[in-house]
Design a protein around this ligand. Sequence first.
Ligand code: ARG
Length: 471
Amino acid sequence: MQNTKSNKLWGGRFHKETSQLLEEFNASLPFDKRLYKQDILGSKIHAKMLHKCGILTNDEMQSICVGLEQIEQEIQEDRFIFTLSDEDIHMAIEKRLTQIIGEAGKKLHTARSRNDQVALDFRLFVLDCNKTLRSLCLNLIHTLLNIAQDHTKTILPGFTHLQHAQPINFGFLMCAYICMFVRDFERLESSFKRNNYCPLGAAALAGTPYNTDRFYTAKALGFIAPTLNAIDSVSDRDFALDFLYDCSLIAIHVSRLAEELVLWSSYEFKFITLSDAYSTGSSIMPQKKNPDIPELLRGKSGRVFGNLFALLAVMKGLPLAYNKDTQEDKEGVFDTFDTLEISLRILNDLLKTMEIHTNNMLQACKKGHLSATDLADFLVTNCDIPFREAHHITGEAVAYAESLGKDLSELSIEELCRINPKIPKQAHKALDLFASMEARNSYGGTSQQATLIQIQSLQAWLQTAKASMEY
Ligand code: ARG
């Protein structure tokens, strides 16, 4: 039986070549070549660990490292020949290594398996992406904070059900989005900590009989420690699911802000004008300036959620340990990362370059009787009228204003007092829009003072978060 016909690295027991169709279906190389850096780094550290533990000689370890560096260069310079029959990046690199350095290359795979190798490479990749997205969240938060600071006096209608509700300031609204992105950052940070453990050395599923040092490997690769249980290390992909879920929430927040930008840039609102650099025209209607970019930001969320659901479905019901289904884990993560990376960059630029029309925001406050709640509150606080009755009287005032074609805030003192004998003259000041905003001075509220407290606290958070990324 020596005359094996297979040319695979695992071909010892095979007598026939694999079919072409199988190779196409089975291979992950077309997409997992993206993990080449992580694969090479993991292999170098593995070789060093094997040397330290007396399994490789110094010369063998050195020549493996030099060979791997050459391969890294070849890939970077597009000189590496990827062959589908190598199946995946792990075998493509190992095969090339043996071509370059000979026998020593064949020893690299001692005390490891592709199962722990792929678990390592992919985890390193996901942790890198996690860090990149965290720093993009910080850039976005920085931009939003600048806008917030400039606009604590910019009054606009706050909406519920997309109907005018109460006057708020634009800085306060920006702080709402900042709070969402702060939580997104923190979610990524906590996933990072939870998953910062090294699976390499778990081998196929049960550990290895060689006298290895997984703590050395983990430390050299920047992890907190090795993973605790070998069979879990090669089986689960919850580190990727954590990432996809974290990204899904970022996509939700991006899409909500993007939707506001679409609305605000319409003729109906005219709160902002998007820069020409981030707007598009229509091929038929020459007058149009379309918000394609925020619309795409909104629409991209679909694929991000899809990638999360896809991997949840792949993982459901898989028995321990490694199953080939797991190879389906990568493309969705790549796609999610690429999607969010560009989305966060472009959203940041969009926000930095948009014009904010404060006067239009103010004018919009004069529609929709935004100070109605204030009138009701005034009657409760100053006239000893129960809230339900105050609500009713204010409703009459709204109806009266509408019959005059006016906004509540535009009624004169005389007009107001004519509505109901229980309304005193002083109630007129409750109709003032700025007063209405300033009255909401509770912690977390929209008054200027309350907004400034939020801004200060978010600024302090940002400093700490930036510092935590730099250590
Ligand atoms: N290409 C495989 C993947 O991405 C690598 C692990 C293969 N392991 C195996 N026992 N077939 O999951």
